[in-house]
Design a protein around this ligand. Structure first.
Ligand SMILES: C[S@@+](CC[C@H](N)C(=O)[O-])C[C@H]1O[C@@H](n2cnc3c(N)ncnc32)[C@H](O)[C@@H]1O
Length: 348
């Protein structure tokens, strides 16, 4: 690999005639002194092989020199490629990891860092991950529709992609809909709870990952509601991209009004709107059967706080059904000392 982003660092190398390369490599590997952090290069008619121990290499009869060699990309992170290219204090504050949605990378950067260093950060990410075709800096998640602020920093200027979870294809427009690739396991787990023949409501479906997972493994009927028409458009594309066993019905609507449409019918309701799901609990209770399950996501410092908030909400709503808290599971960090929890509720 070569190019503008090659990073050269000083190290020791054995200077070898080209015809002896294979023999010397075998020898250095056997002695455990081949330095895999660097790449082997040809320079001025010789082959330079990086070594970890110059004394041991000299004992083998090899000529050893100090030189600058390019770092080997295998085992490196994109931040290693940025050493000596951006100031250390900037390097320290940019995150080590980034999200990948389909072939698009999303990295959390301040608007200033994105403007000044975005291009070089994007190049480093794409250099190490050739499958990534486009890189965006992301800011806060905004509004009712939970869409991210984005700034294009490298690669193709495209916001649509097909993301894969457990072989499922999920069409996403990162500029217009919410999508969190860290929830893949959670999407699958909920789907495994569902039984063939059940009726499910995905109350805040977004691009429909919960709905798609369910319909891909169960002969269930899923109603997927979202107030964001772009999210439902994405879900409609995904329905065409996948072979589904179940029936999926996407609907652009405000879930506050669903209770009047479907009284006491659902076997399970998924409430994945952690910032606000408790405000929809009375509607969810009205539309579920007895012995049905509600998966409610909420934000709290601990499980016991989450359950207390839930119980306080239940005490204020009047529905003719009782609910039992089955369990509470921590799903993801949300902010310092606050987490997203899933509370599994059962109607009685
Ligand atoms: C946190 S996202 C969850 C998306 C999806 N369940 C997922 O896992 O990717 C919440 C979604 O709820 C939708 N939403 C917010 N308020 C709503 C409402 N009153 N009725 C229906 N959908 C709503 C937003 O548009 C957003 O797509």
């Amino acid at each position: 690999m070569s190019g503008a982003l090659e990073t050269y660092v000083e190290t020791c190398a054995a200077v070898v005639e080209p015809e002896r390369t294979a023999e010397v490599l075998r020898l250095l590997k056997k002695r455990g002194v081949l330095n895999r952090r660097f790449r082997i290069v040809r320079r001025e008619g010789f082959i330079l092989i990086p070594v970890t121990d110059p004394i041991e290499a000299s004992r083998l009869g090899l000529r050893v020199t100090k030189t600058r060699l390019p770092l080997n990309y295998r085992g490196l992170t994109f931040k290693d490629l940025l050493v000596e290219r951006i100031p250390e204090e900037v390097l320290n504050r940019i995150p080590r990891s980034f999200d990948i949605i389909g072939d698009i990378a999303l990295i959390e950067l301040s608007p200033e860092d994105a403007k000044i260093y975005g291009k070089i950060i994007a190049e480093a990410i794409m250099k190490l991950h050739p499958n990534i075709k486009s890189v965006y800096a992301r800011g806060r998640t905004l509004g009712l529709e939970r869409v991210r602020e984005l700034m294009h920093i490298g690669g193709e200027k495209r916001t649509t992609t097909v993301h894969r979870e457990y072989g499922l294809k999920i069409f996403v427009d990162i500029a217009r809909v919410y999508f969190n690739p860290s929830l893949a396991e959670e999407h699958r787990r909920i789907a495994t709870y569902v039984k063939d023949g059940e009726l499910i409501l995905d109350m805040f479906a977004g691009t429909g990952p919960f709905s798609l997972h369910i319909a891909s493994i169960r002969k269930a009927t899923v109603i997927s509601i979202d107030v964001n028409p772009r999210a439902i458009e994405c879900l409609r594309v995904s329905i065409m991209l996948n072979k589904l066993r179940g029936d999926l019905h996407p609907l652009v609507a405000d879930s506050s009004y669903v209770a009047s449409m479907f009284l006491s019918q659902f076997d399970r309701v998924i409430m994945n709107l952690p910032q606000n799901s408790l405000n929809f609990l009375s509607q969810a209770l009205e539309i579920t059967k007895r012995n049905a399950y509600i998966y409610l996501y909420t934000i709290a410092p601990s499980c016991s706080d989450a359950v207390k908030m839930l119980q306080s909400t239940i005490s204020k709503i009047s529905v003719d059904k009782k609910v039992k808290v089955e369990n509470c599971v921590r799903i993801l960090p949300y902010s310092p000392r606050r987490y997203i929890y899933r509370i599994n509720l059962c109607t009685v």
